[in-house]
Design a protein around this ligand. Structure first.
Ligand SMILES: [Zn+2]
Length: 466
């Protein structure tokens, strides 16, 4: 079977279907959810769109309470899962053409969901259709599983796998080519500190200190409010802050509001998958503050941040550093800081640990922080399919045959949809070297890539289920 040639024959239909599918504004509508349509009308419309197409082509289809559905082809006991999703993140502003118009230009289709994940969902559907149209007999079932809540809480797959069988093997066309086979464990922790109240008057009092909105991002802003007893002390601290900024090539600002000093400091925000690429504004602010004569609480809190996290995104100082050949270094990000004198002192930490590490050790490390208690601890364990697994070997061969490029294996710090499968990898749709425009304005898929992905998915399904 010449998969690429077969895709070209279906090109026009494939593009038309992709565009009309992308025109459904399938953003989560929590309030509009009801029985059978838990994530709102529009998300349901997108799910129905796919299931109806499946039915029209003569596939077995199933809707599992509106949470997810599947489209199935083939026979046999074993199931090959292909995990897609039809929900999209909100469009946001600044688009060149309306985000749900699916405008076509420069050989691309522009729309929210074009690359994540409605374009690839259509690609997988056409791949399945190609097998059926050619009347190819299989010894396994192929199940395209269609989720509806990937962008939020994965309630779709949670519900679906409570009611339906877990595929023996599978892939998710929802990340990068060639193959993502290892994903680090991801821990979100909120650590709360209690300090003795301090009566004694110091030169400076830290009233408030906050930084960051999300655990999975390096914060690009920190703000602190400091009061002083003497006017000349205020001037001295302002001067010291300016010197700190200059010395560290940072930007920031000091304002005097009602006798208080309001400091802001700017960092560089990046995803917590590699915090070393960013500049953590919160840690810098703590570094600056802890060098001055603060009240006891303020000093204890900022000194602890400095001692545990300064210049260290690998958990060395916390004693949780770990590294393996499959997935690299453990990474640590202090994503949020919240401090109000005599009220709260909290840190939000995101740790991504290698596939051979244990989340329990990370927990122990965090619990060992002096004076700290764990307010929240979520651990999503690592996900890893061995490089020798037949699933990986098969997908590698398919990719190399069709593209002529080496199908190197990728390990990442993020989590892909593949981790909801027991033995699953991420396989496309973004080809190496292509910029990742998912979740951004002017999201698009290259039409050539859509076609290439379809051919790859068709052969992959065939090889895995023949
Ligand atoms: Zn996605």
């Amino acid at each position: 079977m010449n998969w690429e040639a077969e895709v070209i024959r279906k090109k026009e239909d494939l593009i038309n279907d992709t565009r009309s599918f992308l025109q459904i504004e399938s953003v989560l509508d929590e309030e509009g959810g009801k029985e059978g349509k838990p994530f709102g009308e529009k998300v349901d419309e997108a799910l129905q769109y796919m299931l109806k197409k499946g039915k029209n082509e003569g596939f077995i289809v199933k809707n599992v309470d509106g949470y997810a559905g599947h489209i199935e082809y083939g026979q046999g006991e074993d199931i090959v899962g292909v995990l897609c999703h039809v929900d999209v993140v909100p469009a946001g502003d600044g688009w060149t053409t309306p985000p749900f118009s699916a405008d076509m230009r420069e050989n691309k289709i522009f729309a929210r969901g074009a690359i994540d994940d409605k374009g690839p969902t259509i690609a997988a559907f056409y791949a399945l259709k190609m097998l059926k149209d050619a009347d190819i007999q299989l010894s396994k079932k192929i199940r395209m599983i269609i989720g509806t809540d990937e962008e939020s809480d994965w309630r779709c797959v949670d519900h679906y796998f409570k009611h339906e069988a877990m595929p023996n093997i599978g892939f998710a066309p929802d990340a990068d080519f060639p193959i993502i086979h290892a994903e680090k464990g991801i821990i979100d922790a909120i650590v709360s500190f209690t300090y003795q109240q301090s009566e004694e008057n110091k030169r400076y009092t830290l009233k408030q200190f906050s930084s960051g909105m999300r655990l999975n991002m390096v914060p690009d802003e920190a703000a602190a409010i400091v009061t002083t007893a003497q006017e000349y002390d205020a001037e001295a601290l302002k001067t010291a802050f300016e010197a700190y900024l200059t010395e560290n090539q940072l930007s920031g600002e000091t304002k005097k509001i009602a006798g208080e000093l309001h400091f802001t400091l700017n960092g560089v925000s990046v995803h917590a998958m590699e915090p070393a690429y960013g500049i953590n504004a919160g840690i810098h602010m703590a570094n600056f503050l802890c060098e001055h004569e603060l009240d006891e609480q303020g000093l204890a809190f900022t000194s602890q941040i400095n001692a545990l996290f300064d210049q260290d995104t690998r958990g060395q100082k916390l004693g949780i550093a770990y590294q393996d050949d499959i997935s690299g270094d453990l990474t640590l990000n202090v994503g949020t800081i919240r401090y109000t004198q005599n009220e709260e002192a909290k840190l939000g930490i995101n740790v991504r640990y290698p596939v051979t590490a244990d989340g329990k050790d990370v927990r122990k490390g965090i619990e060992s922080i002096k004076g700290a208690s764990l307010e929240k601890f979520d651990d999503s364990p690592p996900h890893h399919v061995s490089k020798d697994h037949p699933l990986v070997k098969t997908l590698q061969r398919v990719y190399e045959e069709q593209t002529g490029d080496p199908a190197s294996l990728i390990a990442i710090g993020g989590g892909t949809y593949a981790r909801s499968l027991e033995a699953g990898v991420a396989f496309g749709p973004l080809f190496p070297g292509r910029p990742d425009c998912a979740h951004q304005k002017d999201e698009y898929i290259e039409i050539d890539d859509l076609l290439r992905a379809t051919a790859l998915y068709a052969q992959a399904m065939y090889e895995l289920a023949k």
